[in-house]
Design a protein. Structure first.
Length: 157
């Protein structure tokens, strides 16, 4: 065996001895600059996913995502006359198009459909007359019934 072959054999033996002494399952220290950049990028992605899982998004981000999402078709003329659903559908379509004024108007119309104005007016009228009855003092049930009929709050029943 010449000196070069002996030296090569010695190096192979030395490497095997070093590898044999390394603890199993522990990483070796090898410089890897691309790996460090990859680790930082993956940490950012993980943090972003965790934030999304917790639902920590600003309303502006949610609105932007909604506007970029699948398009919502506008209702047809007949569909827009369906109480509550028609104006609400129009409001959502307006919001997605960025027409915030139209969205607010249509949302108000949907709420108006859900709360009939006639019932609200009748309730206010009855309340104003009922307050007048209470101011006159307490009365018996028959007297209260007569006052209610006279003030036209309720009908005969």
């Amino acid at each position: 065996m010449n000196g070069t072959a002996f030296f090569a054999a010695f190096q192979i033996f030395s490497r095997r001895q070093l590898m044999a002494r390394m603890p199993r399952g522990e990483p070796r220290s090898v410089p890897d600059p691309e790996g460090e950049m990859y680790d930082r990028a993956m940490a950012k992605v993980r943090a972003q996913r965790e934030a999304e899982d917790r639902g920590l998004r600003s309303p502006a981000e949610m609105l932007e995502e909604f506007q970029k999402g699948p398009r919502i078709e506008r209702p047809s003329l007949a569909q827009s006359f369906i109480p509550i659903v028609g104006p609400a559908w129009e409001a959502v379509a307006d919001l997605q198009d960025g027409n915030y004024g139209g969205a607010a108007f249509n949302a108000a119309m949907a709420v108006g459909d859900a709360l009939p104005a006639g019932a609200v007016v009748k309730g206010l009228r009855a309340a104003s007359k009922g307050v007048g009855v209470l101011k006159k003092g307490s009365v018996t049930a028959n007297a209260a019934s007569k006052q209610i009929l006279e003030s036209r709050i309720g009908g005969k029943g």
